[in-house]
Write a protein that binds this ligand. Sequence first.
Ligand code: ZN
Length: 284
Amino acid sequence: MLVPLKEVLNDARKNKYAVPAFDCVNDIMVRTILDTAEQENSPVILMCLEHNLNEPKGFVYLAEYIKAVVSFYQIPIVLHLDHAMDLELVKKAVQFGFTSVMIDGSSLPLEENMAITREVVKYVQQHGISVEAELGHVGGHELGGTYASDSKLTEPSQVETFVQKTGVDALAVSIGTSHGIYHSEPDLNIIRTKEINDVSPVPLVLHGGSGTPNVQLKEVITNGISKINLYADCRVAMAKGMKEAAAAINRVDPLPEEMFRPITQALAAVVKEKIHLFRSNNRT
Ligand SMILES: [Zn+2]
């Protein structure tokens, strides 16, 4: 069933686990992620990115497809818009039945970030949809490496005012991760995470979770992270599966399942591993 983000995150915060959030671009990813989460009895967040939604029929093949299949699953599922930069895209997501949106004003000055976040909260509140915003800035390569920026750690002293003035349901924080693939191992700031969590009225979100050592992910979950975004880890796994499939195929007309099975198996393995690492299994 489809639920708003705040419903799954409030339980995660209370019980100190994190809900995995995966960016999805097509039916193969959606099906593999949902099947695996259902096997593990884990709530799950399916996220969509603007450049996939803006492809021809992008909203239809993602949002309408997800809405058509969710009633066949028992687990709580959130349909989340990842990194919206303006209200126009948010309005379209509302129209297509998303249950959660992220408004990303993190590259704007603080006052402007608050203003656009407040505007989005005001608009979606009436529809019962959750809002995630970002304070500080998680940099790195976003959206297929087309855009890169530097990170700026979240200031704990700004958290309470930001949440109260905007009315957001979840807050993405910058504590040492970045988007995309790491060239050297990240070093997450656990003390900062705890400081932010101690003053935050709402659950915290970690972007750029891919490639982060497991021990560090476990530590930030213990110290208050309730949602972890993953994309690059899934892409790396699917690329491996694709190479395996290509190597194993020895006919000119392979069956589609021979082509896709190694890809879905590799993706399912990552999804299962993250669910167990985040301790979101058997929560439904
Ligand atoms: Zn992100």
